[in-house]
Design a protein around this ligand. Structure first.
Ligand SMILES: *Cc1c(COP(=O)(O)O)cnc(C)c1O
Length: 394
């Protein structure tokens, strides 16, 4: 489909998804109904939570998370600046203020617990963690901070469906568990997933919220569909004739077509995450002796689901480097331009200084990574990189 010899990302849609979509189209029921219900149940089971609620996209999921947690104008939510802009935009939808924290180090690009701690004040209501690139955040320390300061945790799990980390502390509880692996999205109050087409699993556009709280799940269910107490599907089923409106809701519903794709993609997720991990390991083995770059997350604790493969150049000659790879048909990208540096944000964040992420903002490049990437594709990218450095002695 693309003109790139090696695109940055690719989808893994097969005949199973195509057949599942045909079945929905033939069934005569297209909007949220039994297939979505089944997708939600399977997803909740997979993540290890009581409730999963499917929505239009992850941005909507994040918005609903903040509304359900009653984050309001004047409140502050701490989040990373090195993430997709939706992470912070969704905080602003509520009138609350995103407060940006730094990353941990140039090896670990996840939000730093120490930086989070330094940003807390009387207005802080929550922390949004992003498991950057599919590498779990230091949830044990972040849980401790949340418990000390009575803060909510929203997990942006857009990169990390299937990732897991070891935790002992339980959110908003004084009792600890034995150290155990928990899936990302089951550790904070609410997890928010994206099924956009370049993510580890896709429904084209789509998202999911996960939570163990019955109260939050019920609130989210109502908020997702106009604040109404029943769905068109419930009325079709004869479960109700009318409805009440009990909350300031939205239309953030997914549909049966997307849910059918999601069910098939979920079945493939462990396999495709495994492929992503093998490709990441292969890149690391082939590039670790290249002195002109460094590679984050080489040793990272927990179960990782590499979503992207970022590297750091030693020099700030990124533009030439990316142009050279383009001439070889290799698509690269930048994950991410820092949010606090965007024009919209600069007005209010001119004085913000985040030392570590600013030290790498001009040196980050993301190389191609997708589950169907072949060994030959990886060799091709690595050879191109090595030939660039052999010609440019810096
Ligand atoms: C993709 C992404 C989102 C937004 O997801 P959509 O489903 O496109 O709304 C949010 N956060 C992060 C970290 C992402 O990568």
């Amino acid at each position: 489909m693309s003109n790139w010899k090696i695109p940055l990302a690719d989808t893994s849609i097969g005949e199973e998804e195509i057949e599942a979509v045909k079945d929905v189209l033939r069934s005569g029921w297209l909007t949220m109904g039994p297939i979505t219900h089944s997708f939600e149940q399977k997803f909740a089971e997979y993540i290890g939570v009581k409730h999963a609620l499917a929505v239009t996209n992850c941005t909507a999921a994040l918005h609903l998370a903040y509304v359900a947690l009653e984050i309001q104008a004047g409140d502050k939510v701490i989040c990373p600046s090195l993430t997709f802009v939706a992470t912070a935009n969704a905080i602003r939808y509520t009138g609350a203020v995103p407060v940006f924290a730094d990353i941990t180090s140039t090896d670990n690009l996840n939000i730093s617990p120490d930086s989070i701690r330094s940003k807390i004040d009387d207005h802080t209501k929550g922390i949004c963690v992003v498991h950057y690139g599919g590498y779990p955040c230091d949830m044990e320390n972040i849980l401790k901070i949340a418990n000390e300061h009575n803060l909510y945790i929203v997990e942006d799990v857009a990169h990390a469906p299937g990732a897991a980390c070891e935790v002992q502390t339980v959110l908003h509880s004084t009792s600890n568990t034995n150290a155990m692996f928990k899936r990302c999205g089951s550790i904070g109050n609410i997890g928010c997933f994206s099924f956009f087409s370049n993510k580890n699993m896709t429904t084209a556009e789509g998202g999911m919220l996960t939570t163990d709280s019955d109260v939050l799940a019920e609130r989210i269910r109502i908020l997702r569909s106009h604040g109404m107490t029943s769905l068109t599907w419930d009325r079709e089923q004869g479960h109700s004739f009318s409805y009440d409106v009990v909350d300031d809701g939205f239309n953030y519903r997914i549909d049966e077509i997307r849910s059918a794709i999601g069910l098939k993609q979920l079945e493939k997720l462990n396999g495709s995450n495994q492929n992503r991990l093998s490709i990441q390991k292969m890149y690391i083995n082939l590039l670790k002796t290249t002195n002109e770059i460094s590679i984050p997350f080489i040793k990272h604790e927990g179960v990782c689901t590499p979503h992207i493969f970022p590297i750091l150049l030693n020099q700030s000659n990124r533009h030439e480097f990316m142009e050279f790879l383009k001439t070889k048909g290799i698509q690269t990208s930048i994950h991410y331009p820092l949010i606090h540096k965007f024009s919209l944000y600069q007005r209010n964040y001119r004085d913000v200084k985040l030392e570590i992420c600013e030290s790498i903002e001009d040196r980050m490049v993301t190389l191609p990574l997708f589950s169907s990437m072949s060994n030959d594709n990886v060799y091709y990218v690595v050879d191109a990189i090595k030939s660039w450095f052999s010609k440019n002695h810096d």
